[in-house]
Every structure is written in structure tokens, then in C-alpha cells.
Write a protein that binds this ligand. Structure first.
Ligand code: ADP
Length: 286
């Protein structure tokens, strides 16, 4: 199990103790080669997921501004058949959303069996930005950890494979990325003064993330803290963990597909036998 995988509530997360850099010995060339192989496997596994319709997959992407949520979606979703993937971004809640409980807007986008849903931000914003900026009373956001645990348990009981990622970058890397955006005319459209304002709350976000991860980590809804200073390593790690989670179910899906194939063939045989009997009966009458 990777050391930055959190799958139970007893481990307290300390982000400052987790490196945001790729491990020594890992190179971009190696990572990209491996990513290509994993991409092919992910595509195949998705086909089995789609056909068997036993499970669904929910990928939750969280991270600070410029941590690479969009880039991860582009690369990872790029390995999948678009037929079975939805990508949903959660921004500031609308009036209608605010007038419901905080999970209302999220639950309706939970994936159907056979499908993937990738969340760009998620219900976790309600214990992150909401906590950091006092957008709800402390009692309210504190109660949400329990609601989130119950919600994710419900999804898992319904066959959803819940995978949660925190894209971990350093404050220096964030500054570098934000400055690069300014210089590059092709990415300047992403500029948002709010990203700079939010940097002033770096430590508050760190505390909020550490609590969110520690309090909601579960075997059926693990968190992976992804060293994300290098985009190519980030993509590799996310792909690797999705493939590993799906592989666990491969046999089950293949068995379901075999059974479906057998049932389909039996149905077709019965249909053909009936046609033949009808034809023979007609001939005899004639
Ligand atoms: P992104 O930064 O993800 O590329 P946006 O620029 O649209 O996309 O930002 C979305 C904003 O919505 C973020 O600042 C985020 O904190 C905010 N947001 C998301 N969910 C909530 C929420 N439940 N309450 C308040 N703000 C939220």
C-alpha cells in the first residue's frame, strides 16, 4: 500500500510530512511510458465495467488552485471511452443549491452502474472553503464529516468504487504556476485574482484538508495524497491507483460478462429453434 494512501480514520494526516515531488529514480520518460500502458488497461477495464453493470466509479479530485485538477481530468479521462464518463465541476453553489442540503447537488451526479463520474471539486468544498471562510457556523461544517462518511458508505453499498485524490503541491510550485499563467497568453484566460487571495489562507486550507482527509478516509472510500509538483508523476499515480482499484473487480466483471454471453447465446438458440419449428410446421401444413 503506498504510504500516502489513507483508508482509515485512525491515521492523522500531516501534509507537511508528505513530499510533493516524485520519488528518486522516477523520470518523466519512465512515467509517461508506464502511463501509456496503464491507459490501455484502464480502457479495457472500463469496457468490462460498462458491460457488467455491477459497479460504478466515482473519482473525486480535490486540490488547491492550480494543483492540476483540470490537467488530471484531461489526461486520465483521455484514456477512457467518453460514452461512460461524466465530468462534473462544482463551483460556488447557486441559490437553488444553497436552498437544499449540501449533498443534494452532488448526489444527483453520482455515477450510474457501468459508468465513471469525475468530480472536479466536490462535497468536500463544504468542509474546506466553507470552513476557511466561515461560510457556515462551525457546528454545521463539523457535522458534515459524518454526513460525508454516511453518503460515501451509501454509494459504496450501491456498488460505487469511490476514489478520492488530494493533488498535493507546494506553495512555491503554486506561485510558479500562477506566474506562468500570466506570462503565457494561451493560459492567461485562467487568471483569477481570487487564486492569489486564497494563497493567504494556505495554512488554514492545510488544516482543513488534513481534517477532511483524516475524518473521511475509509476502506471503501480511500484518499490518495498525490505528489503533484510534477504533472507527469501526478498523472501516473492517479492512473495507477484507478487501474489497481478496477483490477480487483476484473474477474467478477468477466464472470458476469460470461454469464451474460451464455444467457444471450441460449436466448438466440431458443429463438432460432422456434423459427425452425415454425418453418417446419408451416411446411407440414402446406
Ligand atoms: P476552479 O478553481 O475549480 O477551476 P472556479 O474558478 O469556477 O473553478 O472556482 C470554483 C470556486 O467555487 C472555488 O473558489 C471554490 O472554492 C468554490 N466553491 C466550490 N464549492 C463551494 C461551496 N460549496 N461553497 C462555496 N464555494 C464553493
Amino acid at each position: 500500500m503506498p504510504k500516502n494512501l489513507f483508508d482509515n480514520r485512525d491515521c492523522k494526516v500531516h501534509l507537511s510530512r508528505i513530499s510533493a515531488e516524485p520519488p528518486a529514480g522516477m523520470t518523466r520518460a519512465k512515467a509517461e511510458k508506464r502511463f501509456g500502458t496503464l491507459g490501455d488497461e484502464m480502457f479495457e477495464l472500463q469496457d468490462a465495467l460498462w458491460g457488467a453493470k455491477v459497479h460504478s466509479v466515482l473519482v473525486v479530485l480535490q486540490g488547491r488552485d492550480s494543483a492540476g485538477k483540470d490537467g488530471t481530468i484531461k489526461h486520465v479521462a483521455g484514456c477512457l471511452n467518453p460514452r461512460g464518463v461524466s465530468v462534473v465541476s462544482f463551483g460556488v453553489p447557486t441559490t437553488e443549491e444553497r436552498e437544499h442540503d449540501f449533498l443534494w447537488r452532488v448526489h444527483r451526479h453520482a455515477p450510474r452502474r457501468g459508468e465513471f463520474a469525475i468530480f472536479n471539486r466536490s462535497h468536500y468544498e463544504d468542509v474546506l472553503v466553507v470552513r476557511v471562510h466561515d461560510l457556515a457556523p462551525k457546528k454545521t461544517w463539523k457535522e458534515r464529516y459524518g454526513h460525508i462518511r454516511d453518503f460515501e458508505e451509501l454509494l459504496a453499498e450501491h456498488g460505487t468504487i469511490v476514489l478520492k485524490y488530494f493533488l498535493h503541491i507546494t506553495k512555491d510550485e503554486q506561485e510558479k504556476r500562477l506566474l506562468e499563467r500570466e506570462k503565457d497568453t494561451s493560459t492567461a484566460w485562467k487568471l483569477n485574482p481570487n487564486d492569489w487571495k486564497e494563497r493567504d489562507y494556505w495554512d488554514e486550507y492545510t488544516a482543513a484538508y488534513e481534517d477532511a482527509i483524516s475524518k473521511t478516509a475509509a476502506p471503501h472510500a480511500p484518499w490518495l495524497i498525490v505528489p503533484a509538483n510534477a504533472k507527469w508523476y501526478r498523472n501516473l499515480l492517479v492512473a495507477e491507483s484507478i487501474v489497481a482499484a478496477l483490477r480487483d473487480h476484473r474477474r467478477n466483471w468477466e464472470k458476469t460478462l460470461d454469464d451474460m454471453g451464455r444467457a444471450g447465446r441460449a436466448g438466440l438458440d431458443a429463438y432460432r429453434a422456434e423459427l425452425k419449428a415454425r418453418k417446419n410446421g408451416g411446411r407440414r401444413r402446406g
